[in-house]
Design a protein around this ligand. Structure first.
Ligand SMILES: *[C@@H]1O[C@H](CO)[C@@H](O)[C@H](O)[C@H]1NC(C)=O
Ligand SMILES: *[C@@H]1O[C@H](CO)[C@@H](O)[C@H](O)[C@H]1NC(C)=O
Length: 403
């Protein structure tokens, strides 16, 4: 074989390896998704390699790459965009230009990125906020919370909480012309986690008099206990968010110590002392039959109490909103939950829907059968997907009707 054909063969194998991922049958634009996913996988390999060489932390590489997508706060004909601070926490603020009599609605948006990456300035998040502000004629606040590995739990939660609490003061709402009865908290993925956690904790905060009208949780991460749910098993290697990356995000939220990551990867991180928490995430009771398929419920495997003592965050409901008692769910606002079939986090969202409905909270559950995790991120060229536009429209339409 000539050198040329050998090179060609090697190149094809490499390309095939990077590009080829089993894409679920019912997904449209398969080739585009394969290419996008190849991009994600390449970044992941570069990050692993850089970390292995000791050059950079894995998440720093991911952060560097996502920062390419950062946009400046540029106002357009419909929306005035500025980067500002609420009680010292940065946020990007979108104010619609349309003159309107009366008060406006407001959406506080929390971006995703596994508590480690992403930002309100990323093109898809910036666009989503503009669409929301424009379509709803609403004030949108997109929170720029601090990220891991530089900052671990509860910093992310506290940054978001600080902004929300500051904004919910009547004097501040008046300054922005916002109706105190029409405020939403929204977020996707890790942002959905933070939104759900903040909405819960606000219920106990006697200093906050203004209530959220709705919460919108887009494919949220809601629990740390069982990382072997049917959705984790079914979607272990699906595009965009493989289980290994989700485990890395979760553990990195609490610590860079790899022992937590390793324990989480084998789903043996929860100490026996916390066994009482498992009932809150018992998929055998909380998932409808159609999502259980042929999975068999197995009792939890307990880990050492050392990890639980050292990193109590992963047992804290501010990190895992499913881990609260039913009584703590009472009083939550009308809730929108979007879940995607081909997503490791699918069952987190579905179990929250079950738990909220059980205590009588009104929940609208949109489950998209042909969707992957992060659907709403794919709304900007060249990585836009029809799926992304559909999901974003659905969500914004729901907000428009219900807020
Ligand atoms: C401004 O809003 C109009 C009406 O919704 C829309 O057609 C137009 O594309 C928007 N402009 C920008 C820059 O988004
Ligand atoms: C989960 O639910 C199943 C079925 O109801 C039950 O047999 C099992 O003991 C429960 N496990 C926990 C840890 O609550």
């Amino acid at each position: 074989m000539g050198t040329k054909s050998l090179c060609l063969l090697l190149a094809s194998v490499l390309v095939a390896y990077y590009v080829y991922t089993p894409i679920p049958e019912n997904i449209e634009e398969r080739w585009k998704l394969m290419l996008i996913n190849a991009g994600f996988r390449t970044v992941a390999h570069v990050a692993e390699f850089a970390e292995w060489l000791g050059l950079m932390h894995y998440m720093e590489v991911l952060m560097m790459i996502t920062s390419i997508e950062y946009t400046a706060p540029i106002s357009d004909e419909n929306v005035t965009v500025t980067d500002t601070k609420f009680n010292n926490v940065p946020a990007r603020l979108y104010i619609p230009r349309k003159q309107s009599s009366g008060l406006k609605r407001a959406v506080i948006y929390i971006h995703g990125g596994g508590w480690c990456v992403g930002g309100s300035a990323m093109e898809p998040y910036d666009l989503l906020s503009r669409w929301t502000a424009n379509k709803l004629n609403a004030v949108v606040i997109s929170v720029e919370y601090r990220l891991a590995p530089m900052y671990h739990f509860p910093v992310q939660f506290e940054d978001v909480y600080t902004v929300v609490k500051f904004f919910l003061q009547n004097s501040v709402l008046a300054q922005y012309g916002v109706d105190p009865n029409r405020i939403c908290i929204s977020g996707d993925s890790a942002g959905g986690n933070l939104a759900a956690a903040v909405a819960q904790q606000l219920l106990d905060d006697l200093e906050v008099k203004v209530k959220l009208k709705i919460q919108a949780l887009l494919y949220p991460a809601l629990q740390t206990l069982d990382l072997d749910l049917p959705s984790y098993k079914d979607n272990e290697n699906k595009p965009i968010l493989p289980k290994s990356l989700m485990v890395r995000f979760w553990s990195e939220y609490f610590t860079t110590d790899v022992s937590l990551q390793e324990a989480m990867a084998s789903n043996s991180h929860v100490p026996a002392e916390s066994s009482h928490l498992f009932r809150f995430v018992n998929w055998s009771n909380l998932l409808p039959e159609k999502f259980k398929k042929d999975h068999v419920y197995a009792s939890p495997i307990y880990g050492s109490s050392r990890l639980g003592k050292k990193y109590p965050g992963f047992l804290d409901p501010r990190a895992a909103p499913l881990l609260v008692d039913d009584t703590k769910l009472l009083g939550l606002p009308v809730t929108y939950v979007l879940t995607c079939q081909h997503d490791v986090l699918r069952d987190d969202g579905i179990m929250y829907v079950s738990r909220l409905r059980e205590v009588g909270i009104e929940v609208i559950h949109d489950h998209i059968e042909d969707a992957i995790h992060g659907a709403l991120m794919f709304i900007t060229s060249p990585t836009d997907l029809a799926l992304g536009h559909r999901a974003a429209n659905k969500y914004i339409e729901w907000l428009n009707i219900n807020l």
